[in-house]
Design a protein around this ligand. Structure first.
Ligand code: AMP
Length: 283
């Protein structure tokens, strides 16, 4: 595995691979790798001849009140984990390399980045779209893998690729969970043992929603209220939103007529967690 820090070196590497007819997969990450990241990497390996993992804690996607400085980092460990997966390149640029002096272009996506998480994370999706567009241009992958855990991010990227004509296949990887149901996240390290237990209310509430749909409930309001009530049974949890929406546009639905996304964001103490599940109506 090569570690590449310079944008120019990364582009040159990709150019050679492309010239030789090799298919490149990109897995963008912010590091502090866990099992879910590694599942995305293995998915990438199946889909391409070469795998590049980018590790960049993108300052532009953190709102001013968020945890950029405190975001967990452990480059040595990340590097070891990726060595073991036998990937080809770990792309690890500095912030100056990605945003050199004078940088002033932003990619903003209209409707999709005003919904769900957006009001709670000002500028977040613009920061994501900007860095992902840059990574796509630098690495020039044929395929890029993103997790469905960050479902809104995945839809924003699908839109970006369609709207700006990137010739890249976007793959959504299913949510990877701990044995007890908690969606794996780098931010789970912030949870105290008590909070870790409390955080199970997210996946539990999604299961509650899924059960209701299985039993024939189609009213989005009834389902969302039950999901919210389930979370609120947990004293350490504070709901930011519970939404049932169209799985492509993310606009809220009133009735579940086709597969819909049940998405939620919950604060457990100071830690903000998100989770989601696709609900399919019976019949
Ligand atoms: P991050 O390092 O948190 O930016 O995540 C990098 C990629 O891993 C993103 O595409 C995430 O959606 C994905 N990811 C993180 N956690 C999970 C999870 N539990 N299941 C599936 N994908 C995940």
């Amino acid at each position: 595995m090569q570690v590449i820090e310079r944008v120019q070196d990364m582009s040159r590497w990709s150019e050679v691979q492309r010239r030789d007819g090799r298919r490149i997969a990109l897995v963008p990450t912010m590091g502090f790798l866990h099992e879910a990241h590694l599942c995305l990497v293995r998915d990438g390996k199946k889909r391409a001849d070469r795998v590049v993992v980018s590790l960049f804690v993108n300052p532009k996607q953190f709102a001013p009140n968020e945890d950029f400085a405190a975001y967990p980092r452990d480059f040595g460990r990340d590097r070891e984990l990726l060595e073991r997966e036998s990937i080809d390149v770990l792309f690890h640029p500095s912030a100056d390399e990605i945003y050199p002096a004078g940088f002033q272009t932003q990619v903003s996506i209209d409707k999709l980045s005003r919904l769900l998480c957006a009001p709670y994370r000002p500028g977040h999706f613009q920061g994501v779209a900007t860095v992902v567009a840059k990574l796509f241009n630098i690495v020039r992958p044929h395929v890029a893998i993103f997790g469905e855990k960050d479902y809104q991010q995945l839809q924003v990227i699908r839109r970006l690729v369609r709207d700006l004509n990137f010739d890249i296949e976007i793959v959504g990887h299913p949510i990877v969970r701990e044995a007890d149901g908690l969606a794996i996240s780098s931010r789970n390290v912030y949870l105290s043992p008590e909070e870790r237990q409390a955080a199970l209310c997210l996946s539990r509430s999604l299961s509650r929603g899924a059960c209701m749909v299985k039993r024939g409930e189609t009213q989005a309001r009834v389902i969302s209220e039950a999901v919210r009530a389930e979370i609120e049974k947990e004293p350490l949890a504070k709901v930011e939103y519970v939404t049932l929406c169209d799985s492509a546009t993310l606009e809220t639905v009133e009735k579940i007529q086709q597969a819909a996304l049940l998405a939620l964001a919950v604060r457990i103490g100071k830690t903000r967690l998100i989770d989601n599940r696709i609900l399919k109506p019976i019949g």
